[in-house]
Design a protein. Structure first.
Length: 442
């Protein structure tokens, strides 16, 4: 800190003013910027110039490490203390007491529904689970070994062609119709993708079943008139969906907001979210965790694996988080859900490796120093596998769970008067102007 900055902060100390004084040492000029909600407006910095023709000061924040891109009332996250709340309700209480569709209503509408509101919401979602028959033929066009996330991504994009009225973003009822459709159709599309890659006929939705039960039925019904999954598995799946339902401005939600800010239809915006979630550093991590556990193979191999991580050869997948620096509350709930599922399915042999890996990592200086803890993906893959899902379906489950969050944030963004088309600035570091050189002379 320079002497001048120290003097300024001393002078301001205790004044109680909700402002920030900046002294530009290039010019000696001082600027007072308002502080609101612990933030300053990046555009307020633009007045800081050396000469009038300057563009003005910008902030440089690759990967948005310290930039709030919106005001949101959907999800509260305190990474240092492991707190996650949807619309003010702690995730622990919602996972324990609520259902996924009730949580979806909460995220989208902002309040928990009264019974009649919930009934009507569940009815609407249930009666929009069917997809146009063209989706069926579209799905059949994929190769036998297509990744289901690629299929989900494309088929959600395809929905925009089926609902051209979704382009009208000005009508709140119209937006809500698309929100219902998206939440309703995601499990159908995910299940169709699964049936395609496993060479099985598509199973149509069954309106008598709950959301999660219906999804399991569309995945696993084979040659029986009525498929009845164990209610403990249905509950576990519902809890997993709740845990994934929103996570404020993560990579995929930012993608939905950013793409949606161009005023494109919500199917196209959610397709962007699915694409972002597909990546191994985001939703793809649960699949990567299972691959990692399989590669480690035995508890005895863990120390060698940890050494590989510490020497930078690879990452311990399912560990670490941009925001959680203490623990991920979702991981704690999932670990408990593991026990309920394994009671029905028998213990996944990879669990022993996961538990030991977690134990060793949590005691190791490398992970402690960097505040790396298990995240939501560390145990979720084990549950999905126990439910009978192949690893490449894991991220599809994440996407189904995250859909209410994406659409709630998209709807919020559209109603936010401060929002405009997303368009970050850059610091140009390329070549100065130079003349074109004819190819023969290069
Ligand atoms: N294994 C080993 N080292 C790690 C890991 C890991 N999983 N995560 C972070 N580090 C190290 C990293 O190498 C760096 O060390 P150093 O300071 O010596 O260079 C330090 O910790 C900080 O890491 P970072 O990459 O700067 O942190 P980030 O905030 O950019 O990344 C993350 C967050 C989630 C992408 C990262 O922790 C990671 O790659 N984890 C594994 C993938 C994973 O589990 N992703 C799921 C996230 S939770 C679900 C979701 O919301 O998508």
């Amino acid at each position: 800190m320079t002497t001048q900055q120290t003097a300024t902060s001393d002078a301001q100390a205790g004044s109680g003013a909700e402002t920030l004084t900046i002294v530009d040492n290039r010019t000696g000029q001082s600027y007072e910027l308002p502080i609101t909600d612990e933030t300053i407006r990046a555009t307020d910095l633009r007045q800081i110039k050396v000469k009038e023709s300057d563009f003005g000061l910008m902030t440089y924040d690759p990967a948005f490490m310290n930039t709030a891109s919106c005001r949101s009332a959907v999800t509260y996250l305190d990474g240092d203390n492991g707190v996650l709340r949807y619309r003010g309700y702690p995730i622990e209480q919602l996972a324990d007491k609520s259902s996924f569709l009730e949580v979806a209503y909460l995220l989208v509408h902002g309040e928990l529904p009264a019974q009649a509101e919930l009934d009507s919401w569940v009815h609407d979602i249930t009666h929009h689970t069917f997809v146009h028959e063209n989706v069926r033929t579209f799905m059949q066009g994929f190769r036998y070994d297509a990744h289901p996330m690629g299929m989900l991504e494309s088929s959600v994009g395809m929905l925009s062609t089926l609902y051209p009225e979704s382009k009208d973003l000005t009508d709140a009822d119209n937006r809500m119709n698309q929100i219902v459709r998206l939440i309703a159709k995601m499990p159908t599309l995910g299940a169709f993708a699964y049936r395609h890659i496993t060479g099985k006929p598509f199973v149509y939705p069954n309106n008598e079943l709950s959301y999660s039960e219906n999804f399991l039925s569309m995945l696993f019904t084979t040659g029986v008139p009525k498929y009845t999954p164990d209610p403990r598995l249905v509950k576990a799946l519902d809890v997993l969906f709740i845990l994934h339902a929103d996570h404020e401005q993560n990579c995929s939600t930012s993608a939905v907001r950013s793409v949606g800010s161009s005023q494109v239809d919500p199917y196209s915006a959610v397709t962007a979210g699915i694409a972002a979630l597909y990546g191994p550093l985001h939703g793809g991590a649960n699949e990567a965790v299972l691959q990692m556990l399989r590669r480690i193979k035995t508890v005895e191999n863990i120390p060698d694996f940890i050494e590989g991580v510490k020497s930078g050869k690879e990452r311990l997948m399912g560990f670490g988080h941009r925001v959680y620096k203490n623990f991920d509350p979702r991981a704690t709930i999932i670990k408990k859900a593991c026990d309920d599922v394994f009671e029905v399915t028998g213990v996944n042999p990879l669990l022993a490796i996961a538990v030991e890996l977690e134990k060793i990592a949590l005691q190791d200086e490398y992970f402690v120093k960097r505040k790396l803890y298990p995240n939501v993906d560390f145990y979720s893959g084990l549950i999905y596998e126990a439910l009978g899902m192949p690893a490449d379906m894991f991220t599809v489950l994440f996407a189904i769970g995250r859909t209410p969050g994406w659409v709630a944030q998209w709807n919020e963004m559209l109603q936010d008067k401060e929002q405009k088309i997303s368009r970050p600035r850059q610091v140009y570091v390329g070549a100065d102007e130079r003349d074109y050189v004819d190819i023969a002379s290069r």
